[in-house]
Ligand binder design. Structure first.
Ligand code: AMP
Length: 453
């Protein structure tokens, strides 16, 4: 769970990167960093914490130059430490290079072992560093972009990467297209970002997505698109980006997240007509399910109400590592609106159930607030398998739907009814005709492999 950003030929590039990262903060809250280029040298600053807490006038001033890349991180491989914070910057035979990566490489461990046997000394425990070692190994094999191309041809799994050299900005996406990456224009410069919401904040214009298996090289001589590898006939766009992870005001995979999410809710309403017919109101678990709940309301005719208030001054509860802290987090994160819920039969729309711990607490809260009935409706199918491509999910055995039937989950959550959107309904909601998704978390089918999971 990470976000990447890059800008080429933008005045005050590091400040624009700061703003871009600010918009991508939801993609990772553990650490953040910026590397900038003044045309000769790369400057960088990375630290643990939130973008707004890390950067200030002083350190941004030192990140001089017209090009920059940035990263926000939530660790899915490698421990949470400043050593693993990105962009990673190296000094090697050809000078300097900085890299920021979103995704998980499924063969990083094998490469690391091979490279270490060969004498490579790794500075971090993150899978992303493998790419830099492979780039260094390819030295002598043509242009900088050719060495990046070589490195990327050796790794498997998910990567949306931005690479900065003193003179170039390179953006590339794996042939499966697992994680999003898009291209934008700002004045005479160019921008790339995990999600288009990072363009809006700096008044950059969305151009298109970086295609799966495409590498874009931006330099003084212009923009060059290189086909990295033949896109796989079957793509593996992460469907969970639409369901939960991306911001609804973003374009990803060339689609509006808001429209897809609203459609997920609408289809859920169509699939649960009987339940909607007997209910008084529909509410969402804010904020990630708001759009799906609006879609549910529009399709079912049930009034949409704000039944839960989310405190915005704490992070996502999952970000806290221990169960103890997570339990505590759920209580301070939500508060029910008693006036809305009292005496009502309520449809509660959430985007997903992971462990079931938050949902169970929320249901209790909603009942204690006076709701007569609680019908939980989930705008995705049951999550039965872990993600190995960059979304933080617990181990399979911690996923409540991996070992319980829907009826058992319903009993555990103490709801009057529990409905999940069908797999077909979910896929149809994307409107991405002919585009294939990775839905391994819902099906257990890892079509791109998962490094021995
Ligand atoms: P739980 O009830 O404990 O299963 O948690 C479900 C909540 O977690 C839902 O409201 C989701 O919006 C949210 N969620 C789903 N996936 C993730 C994730 N990878 N990280 C953090 N929160 C998530």
């Amino acid at each position: 769970m990470c976000g990447v950003f890059g800008i080429f030929n933008g005045p005050e590039a590091s400040k624009l990167t700061y703003l871009g990262l600010y918009s991508l903060q939801h993609r990772g809250q553990e650490s953040a960093g910026i590397a900038s280029s003044d045309g000769k040298q790369i400057h960088s600053f990375v630290q643990m914490g939130l973008v707004a807490d890390i950067f200030n006038q002083d350190n941004l001033q030192k990140l001089s130059g017209n090009s920059a890349i940035g990263h926000v991180r939530y660790s899915t491989t490698g421990i949470s430490s400043v050593k693993n914070a990105q962009p990673l910057v190296i000094n090697y035979a050809r000078g300097q290079m900085a890299l920021a990566h979103n995704g998980n490489l499924t063969n990083a461990a094998e490469w690391r072992e091979r490279l270490e046997k060969d004498g490579s000394i790794f500075q971090t425990s993150s899978d992303s560093e493998v790419i830099l070692h492979l780039v260094a190994k390819a030295n002598g094999h043509g242009t900088i972009e050719q060495t990046v191309e070589y490195a990327l041809s050796k790794v498997k799994g998910a990567y949306s990467v931005v690479v900065l050299t003193p003179e170039k900005l390179i953006a590339a996406r794996d042939p499966w297209g697992v994680r999003p990456l898009c291209l934008g224009k700002i004045g005479t410069g160019w921008v790339v970002a995990s999600e288009s919401c990072a363009f809006d904040i700096i008044n950059a214009k969305y151009v298109r997505e970086v295609e799966p298996g495409e590498m874009i090289v931006i330099s003084k001589s212009g923009v060059k698109s290189v086909k990295l590898a033949k896109p796989k006939p079957d793509l593996a766009l992460c469907i969970f980006e639409f369901i939960y992870f991306s911001r609804p005001d973003s374009m990803i995979f060339d689609k509006s997240v808001y429209s897809v999410r609203r459609e997920l809710g609408a289809r859920l309403a169509q699939e649960t007509k009987d339940i909607a017919a007997g209910a008084d109101i529909v509410i969402s678990v804010p904020d990630s399910a708001n759009t799906a709940a609006i879609g549910y309301s529009q399709a079912s005719g049930l009034p949409y109400e704000t039944g839960l208030i989310r405190n915005h001054y704490i992070g996502r509860t999952f970000i806290e590592p221990s169960q103890h802290i997570r339990d505590f987090g759920a209580k301070i994160k939500y508060n029910p609106v008693k006036d809305v819920l009292k005496g009502k039969s309520v449809v509660v729309v959430d985007d997903s159930i992971v462990r079931g711990t938050t949902s169970r607490k929320l249901v209790k809260m909603i009942r204690n607030a006076g709701a007569k009935q609680v019908h939980l409706a989930i705008s995705s199918p049951p999550i039965i398998s872990s993600c190995f491509y960059g979304i933080d999910t617990p181990t399979k055995k911690e996923l409540i739907a991996s070992k319980n039937t829907i009826n058992e989950i319903k009993k555990y959550l103490e709801v009057d009814s529990l409905s999940y959107l069908s797999l077909e309904g979910m896929k149809a909601s994307t409107g991405c005709q002919g585009r294939q998704f990775c839905d391994a978390c819902f099906t257990g089918k890892y079509k791109i492999g998962c490094g021995g999971c």
